[in-house]
Design a protein around this ligand. Structure first.
Ligand code: 5AD
Ligand code: SF4
Length: 480
């Protein structure tokens, strides 16, 4: 089903640098177009980019917003804007349903604002069946583009502003990596950096390899250069992003390991914290554990998706590790880096899963003592091998087992997070507390949140905080 995308392009045939130059000319054209429409309107054009899904999408949204601001749009917090972009996710069906629901609301807004344009991008648009549904049920969408050609956004924006019909540009895959276009960071002091795109693992339940394409790593020099620029611009914490960072660099002309990349990032002066996401257990090396153990900057947090604790289900999921191998790895990490927080993803209700398989998952949760775990009900994704499996679980069974997993996760996480009560730890202050303006919200190296009395001047700073009281998944603390 994924071979019949409307436009089966895999790049315009230009070098990455030529493509960059081409897109920059479109930004200039977009500036003129936006200025002209704003003049007719009598006020600046406004835009809103809504992000669904993961950190990758959050980073992509910063790129979209960077181009829109450069073109002259004014970002606003609500969807009452002249351009609304939905950067969508399709990893589970409820992500798609959320977008359909919100598109209905946008239609109402569009009827009241004749200037309003609606654009859709992200993983959902790489799914032909979703695009068909949008075209028939939501014909008021003005622009649809995919994950592979997000760097052509300026070009597509110009086309959309000039056309009176819907613009569609969805590529099947790409070999191009075009970076260095304008970016508007959500936080001044922290940001994501793409180190690789796509995924080659084809876990049998997962749609990501189909919508994000094959694995492509960026050259280490380019990554280092980008981070240096960000640090010069006030960033002190970076999150290195990839679907499977542990296989970073393997397919480069000059192969390099992820651990080696981390060593080089560590050397960047002024950078204080390094995070990364996501690690596949099958590729996590001893070299990485060593680098983490001795690092002063790599945060004490590892997200290590388990998916299932049953070797039988793991095999059907095509995860390429057994329960025992996973446990050995997780416990080795806990032994080598005792203050690390380990978090995970768990899927409940994979085809053929039984209560006994879930018992195995509960056993892993008890043994690893996750600091947190994202638990998902299995969602059938058309086109994946698991969707064609005959032994799909009943909704009732999934709900029942999901609750068992969730309570075990919560019990363990509560104990694990509370281990640090009374200790003093460094927190990066991220923002004012949403509910209480006398408090600020910070993040510890191990990714736990701490709220403590403070003011705006602390935002973006790393400060020592006493962890006074553990409230389940977060702390109440005080500055020391
Ligand atoms: N159903 C439920 N959860 C899924 N994930 C990926 N695909 C599915 C699916 N079809 C979960 C995995 C992954 C996380 C990002 O989303 O746990 O690690
Ligand atoms: Fe999906 Fe597996 Fe790739 Fe993660 S590693 S994106 S779960 S296919």
């Amino acid at each position: 089903m994924y071979s019949n995308l409307d436009k089966t392009k895999i790049g315009a045939g230009l070098s990455d640098l030529d493509e960059l130059a081409r897109q920059k000319t479109y930004i200039e054209e977009a500036k003129d177009l936006v200025a002209k429409i704003a003049e007719e309107k009598g006020s600046p054009l406004t835009c809103h980019v809504a992000t669904f899904g993961c950190q990758m999408n959050a980073r992509d949204s910063e790129k979209l917003l960077g181009i829109l601001i450069e073109a002259g749009y004014q970002p606003v917090e609500t969807e009452d804007a002249d351009l609304v972009v939905y950067n969508t996710c399709t990893v589970r069906d409820n992500a798609n349903q959320k977008v359909y629901g919100r598109l209905g609301v946008l239609n109402g807004k569009k009827k009241k604002n004749p200037l309003m344009k609606i654009a859709l991008c992200g993983c959902m648009t790489q799914e032909p069946s979703a695009v068909e549904k949008i075209k028939t049920s939501y014909p008021f969408v003005d622009l649809i583009f995919g994950t592979h050609n997000i760097f052509t956004f300026a070009e597509l924006l110009c086309k959309m502003l000039k056309a009176d019909k819907r613009i569609e540009s969805i590529w099947q895959d790409t070999t191009q990596i075009v970076e260095d276009l304008p970016i508007e960071r959500k936080f001044k002091y922290k940001t994501g950096v793409n180190i690789m795109f796509g995924c080659n693992n084809f876990c049998s339940y997962c749609i990501v390899p189909y919508v994000r394409g094959r694995e492509r790593s960026r050259a280490p020099e380019e990554i280092i250069e980008e981070i240096k620029k960000q640090v010069a611009d006030g960033v002190i914490e970076v999150m290195l992003l990839g679907q499977n960072v542990n296989s970073y660099g393997k397919n480069l002309d000059n192969p390099i390991s992820f651990a080696e990349l981390l060593r080089r990032v560590e050397e960047i002066e002024g950078l204080q914290r390094i995070r990364f996401m996501t690690s596949h257990p099958k590729d996590l090396s001893d070299e990485l554990i060593e680098v983490m153990k001795h690092s002063k900057k790599i945060c004490r947090h590892l997200h290590l998706p388990l998916q299932s604790g049953s070797t039988r289900i793991l095999k059907a999921m095509n995860r390429k590790y057994t329960k025992e191998q996973y446990l050995e790895l997780a416990l080795k990490i806990r032994r080598e880096i005792p203050d690390i927080a380990i978090t995970t993803d768990i899927i409940v209700g994979f085809p053929g899963e039984t209560k006994e398989d879930i018992d195995e998952t509960l056993d892993v949760i008890r043994k690893v003592k996750y600091d947190n775990a994202f638990t998902f009900q299995y969602s059938k994704r058309t086109g994946t091998p698991a969707a064609a499996m005959e032994n799909q679980c009943s909704a009732e069974f999934v709900k029942e087992q999901f609750d068992r997993v969730l309570s075990e996760v919560q019990l363990n996480a509560r104990n694990q997070v509370a281990l640090w009560e009374g200790k003093i730890m460094d927190a990066l202050v991220e923002e004012m507390n949403e509910h209480d303006s006398t408090l600020v919200t910070g993040r510890l190296s191990n990714n736990t949140i701490v709220h403590f009395p403070g003011d705006e001047s602390l935002i973006g700073k790393i400060v020592p905080v006493r962890l006074c009281a553990c409230k389940g998944f977060y702390y109440i603390g005080e500055l020391v």
